[in-house]
Design a protein around this ligand. Structure first.
Ligand code: ZN
Length: 172
């Protein structure tokens, strides 16, 4: 298992529509393991493949309560097939450093996906779990949580990033 570099905004790879997975082989297993390792190292509770530069419909999530216990779940080709209600919760993203904000999401969702062996499955999620799944599935379509914010908040963040990047580029 390898910890991979996480791409950050405004990397264009985060904005691409990702490809459906058709082949369920050891390379996919390897990708999922690397994603989990990268997520735990960050640390985060969810990661999409495009965040490490792989343009495929693969996400991993781990919402287990106990610290230090690894119980991650890979979802291949996940799709929201049903949704209900609304909730507002604080979100952050490993690819959007130094920002958290309240985002409006569906309260309950049903997601269809394939497991690591390609078997079709469905999962119902609500509350925080539903938030994480919606956030990660957004990534697969090039959507970041900042896209759900007001244009003012988004503008302020873009300004901050430009400032951070110009600091990185300039010598001391
Ligand atoms: Zn994210």
């Amino acid at each position: 298992m390898t910890i991979r570099a996480i791409l950050t905004y405004p990397d264009p790879a985060l904005r691409r529509e990702t490809d459906t997975v058709a082949i369920f082989d050891t390379a996919l297993q390897q990708l999922v393991n690397d994603m989990a390792e990268t997520m735990y190292d960050a640390p985060g509770i969810g990661l999409a493949a495009c965040q490490i530069g792989v343009s495929r419909q693969v996400i991993v999530v781990d919402l287990s309560e106990k610290k230090g216990q690894r119980n991650f779940m890979p979802l291949i080709n996940p799709k929201i097939i049903d949704k209900e209600g609304h909730q507002i919760d604080e979100e952050g993203c490993l690819s959007v450093p130094e920002l958290t904000s309240k985002v409006k999401r569906f309260k309950r969702i049903v997601v269809s996906y394939q497991d690591i062996e390609g078997r079709p499955a469905e999962i119902s999620a609500e509350d925080r779990f539903a938030v994480v799944l919606q956030h990660e599935i957004d990534h697969l379509h090039g959507i970041l949580f900042i896209d759900h914010l007001s244009s003012l908040k988004r503008r302020l963040y873009k300004k901050k990033v430009r400032k951070m990047l110009s600091h990185e580029a300039s010598p001391l």
